[in-house]
Design a binder for this molecule. Structure first.
Ligand code: SF4
Length: 326
């Protein structure tokens, strides 16, 4: 096995130097990083990393980074043989839907999502029966079985555009009740909702935001639209993780509070060292199941491969592709 030269290690460590010591990086991560980079070359694999992944994954081994929309889009153009999803299961399923000929691996099959687990295909069929003719817009944070019951998918980054593209006064928007309510407030389009929530974003409260503003005078507050509507109205801006990044790149605030998962602030503080990130810390336990050691093992063993039951493949892909065409 070849080892990385000292100067390669310097280059690899540099992007995360602001959040960990070189000693910890060498002790905890360097061996796995070295192995993963070698395995990617040997197996023609790429790693897609969601914005909520920890810095040593996000900055040291991933090839494509972003929110679920960016990952879904980028997945379409990959010529690698293997895709490793450093994210949660529904993201790996979406990558597989869009790249059916490729091997898609998830390092931990327990990396789920409270939204995806909050609704079943039977629930969607019941909603459609209760509201015949009303189009179903499904957040990508859902299983392939649920997507297969859907007219069109959306992400938090394009939900407004997708809903408006339908040109109707009322839609069924599932599974995230808060995202649907926030989009309803923005568009005036009536939403029939489902009571599922993101277990990370539902914990934020308006009082917490007001308290941060009192303690950190002048802080700019950016909230993810999976937060409850009463939290979003307290924010200066609301957007998907990619829209948060664009906003910070454009506005370069002195002090910012990202009302979302913790790792997002860690990753961005490395890219924007002049901005001070106030960190309200709500961790996603599912995202945190993905580790460097898990990614390494996944590449070594080619486990666990994500498969989608044949009956869901076509209808679920159609719903995702419709979204990408908007
Ligand atoms: S942060 Fe929320 S929406 Fe994202 S994977 Fe975790 S539970 Fe699901």
């Amino acid at each position: 096995m070849t080892t990385l030269l000292a100067d390669s290690r310097d280059t690899l460590f540099q992007p995360v130097a602001g959040v960990m010591t070189r000693q910890d990086w060498e002790r905890l991560y360097a061996g796995d990083i070295e192995a993963i980079l070698r395995l990617k070359r040997e197996k023609n694999a790429v790693i897609l990393a969601h914005n909520y992944q920890t810095p040593e994954i996000f900055h040291c081994v991933s090839d494509i980074r972003g929110d679920s929309l960016a990952l879904a889009r980028e997945a379409c153009d990959l010529d690698a043989d293997i895709i490793v999803m450093a994210g949660v299961h529904f993201m790996a399923e979406t990558a597989k839907l869009l790249n059916p000929a490729k091997k898609v691996l998830i390092p931990d099959t327990q990396a789920g999502c409270s939204l995806a687990e909050g609704i079943t295909a039977d629930n969607v069929r019941a909603l459609k029966a209760a509201y015949p003719g009303v189009p179903v817009v499904t957040y990508v944070n859902s299983t392939a079985a649920v997507k297969a019951e859907t007219d069109i998918c959306c992400t938090s980054g394009n939900a407004k555009k997708v809903v408006e593209s339908l040109g109707v006064p009322r839609v069924i928007m599932i599974p995230d009740e808060f995202l649907a309510k926030n989009i309803e407030a923005e568009t005036g389009i009536e939403m029939i909702t489902w009571p599922a929530h993101c277990e990370v974003h539902e914990r934020f409260t308006p009082e917490e935001i007001r308290q941060y503003r009192r303690i950190h005078r002048g802080v700019v507050v950016i909230a993810h639209p999976e937060c409850p509507p009463e939290v979003v109205v307290e924010a200066d801006f609301s957007g998907s993780t990619a829209q948060m990044i664009d906003w910070i790149a454009r506005e370069r605030p002195e002090k910012v509070l990202l009302v979302t998962e913790c790792s997002m602030s860690d990753n961005l503080s490395l890219l924007y060292p002049d901005t001070r990130f106030v960190r309200p810390c709500n961790l996603c336990p599912h995202m945190k199941r993905i580790t460097l050691a898990g990614i390494r093992k996944s590449l070594e063993t080619l486990q666990t491969e994500v498969t989608i039951p044949v009956e869901f493949q076509e209808p679920a892909r159609r719903a995702v592709e419709r979204m990408l065409a908007v």
